[in-house]
Design a protein around this ligand. Structure first.
Ligand code: CP3
Length: 347
């Protein structure tokens, strides 16, 4: 059987073609997903193994991507830690009692993954069994990616109470209440490690840490308030022996530091040309990115043109995984994702 081009690219080994998958590839751009959403809310979908597995497989059937990502949400471990929250349609996560004090942090319990997240293990087992079956693995194996939100991004929801533009509350805690900040980051780091190791033990074949909103920080603040925790997570995951991806948006100001963690792959958003990212990251790590998801709303000719630009800027495709700079937007015509996947596979 052939090898996975996605896994090989993570380790900068030769691949048959450029591997591609899309952040948020499972979701509202797919009619079959929207149909399921008519009768199930997002958290029910995530916590019902048969349904979560089905949604994880939808983009494999539709797009022919080279990797699947577990259908879950970065809020799931927080729920297991006892945080009361909702995921509100078109807004995102809303925390009922945002973190304000050390007592609020102390109240969050540690995850007992086999007990609290048994549904996740079951989902992973169902997806892996399907992916390993003849239907999906005929051409090449399709690995399953697990993921977690990073401590900063989780802390930003916990402190802001929901999505934010300015991140003023979370920064205020960082600057004015460092003891509270570090207590929260320590607790989140410990639990993110447990959560990601549990996914690896349950069968995921790569892990991505999403620090989606950390780009709101200055370089100095990233180094002081976030980087030590990200380093700790990646060091703890080394023993899983599966590729580790570090992703965030808006990292140009501190890409050297962001890429300095012990990982195999660095995810880049659309703001920085990949040739420049390659120079900063160096030759020893794979790069994942970086088409602006908004371009997928346009037309196939423009999508191809912008994709060609990315490949030209990148130069060598050794250790390269094509992806978007951030998640698929809900209004994306899914036909565009089919055309883009086919186009990348001709390269
Ligand atoms: O990539 C995939 O296909 C796997 C599924 C996935 C979801 N959430 C499902 C989901 C992944 C990888 C996530 C991660 C996630 N969740 C992140 C980090 C990635 C990123 O985009 O930066 C963040 C910040 C969240 C928190 C969150 N959950 C947001 C901001 C939203 C969107 C709210 C909205 O309605 O636009 C959610 C809800 C959510 N999680 C949806 C999906 C498919 C959409 C809502 C729904 O279908 O009801």
């Amino acid at each position: 059987m052939k090898e996975s081009s996605f896994l090989n690219a993570c380790y900068r080994k030769p691949t048959a073609h450029i591997p591609v998958w899309y952040m948020r590839q499972a979701g509202r751009c797919l009619p079959e997903y929207r149909k399921l959403k008519e009768t199930h809310d997002i958290l029910t979908l995530c916590r019902t193994p048969e349904l979560a597995a089905e949604v994880s497989l939808m983009p494999i059937r539709r797009f022919g991507v080279d990797a699947a990502i577990l259908f879950a949400d970065i809020m799931l471990p927080l729920i297991a830690m006892g945080v009361d929250l909702d995921i509100v349609e078109k807004i995102g996560p809303v925390i009922k009692n945002p973190i304000r004090t050390a007592a609020d942090v102390a109240k969050m319990r540690d995850i007992d993954a086999p007990r609290d997240m048994a549904y996740l293990r079951e989902t992973i087992e169902i997806v892996r069994k399907a992916l390993d079956s003849e239907e999906f693995s005929k051409i090449a194996p399709i690995p399953l990616i697990g993921f977690s939100g990073a401590p900063f991004t989780l802390a930003s929801y916990l402190i802001e109470g929901g999505p934010s533009r300015e991140f003023s509350k979370v920064k205020r805690v960082m600057y004015e209440e460092p003891a509270l900040w570090h207590a929260l980051m320590e607790k989140l780091t410990k639990n993110v490690i447990v959560y990601m190791k549990f996914q690896a033990e349950s069968g995921v074949q790569a892990l991505q840490l999403f620090d989606s909103w950390v780009g709101c920080l200055s370089r100095a603040d990233y180094i002081e308030y976030v980087l030590p925790y990200s380093k700790e997570i990646f060091a703890a995951l080394k023993g899983t022996r599966i590729p580790r991806i570090h992703f965030a948006t808006n990292t140009a100001a501190f890409l050297v530091e962001f890429a300095s963690v012990d990982c195999e792959v660095v995810g880049i958003d659309w703001r920085m040309p990949l040739g420049e990212a390659r120079k900063i990251i160096g030759p020893d790590k794979a790069i994942q990115g970086n088409l602006d998801p908004v371009i997928l709303l346009s037309n196939v000719d423009l999508i191809k043109e912008k994709t060609d630009q990315i490949l030209a800027e990148l130069g060598s495709t050794k250790g390269f995984i094509f992806n978007l700079g951030h998640g698929v937007l809900p209004d994306t015509p899914y036909e565009h994702l089919i055309a883009l996947t086919d186009y990348i596979h001709t390269k």
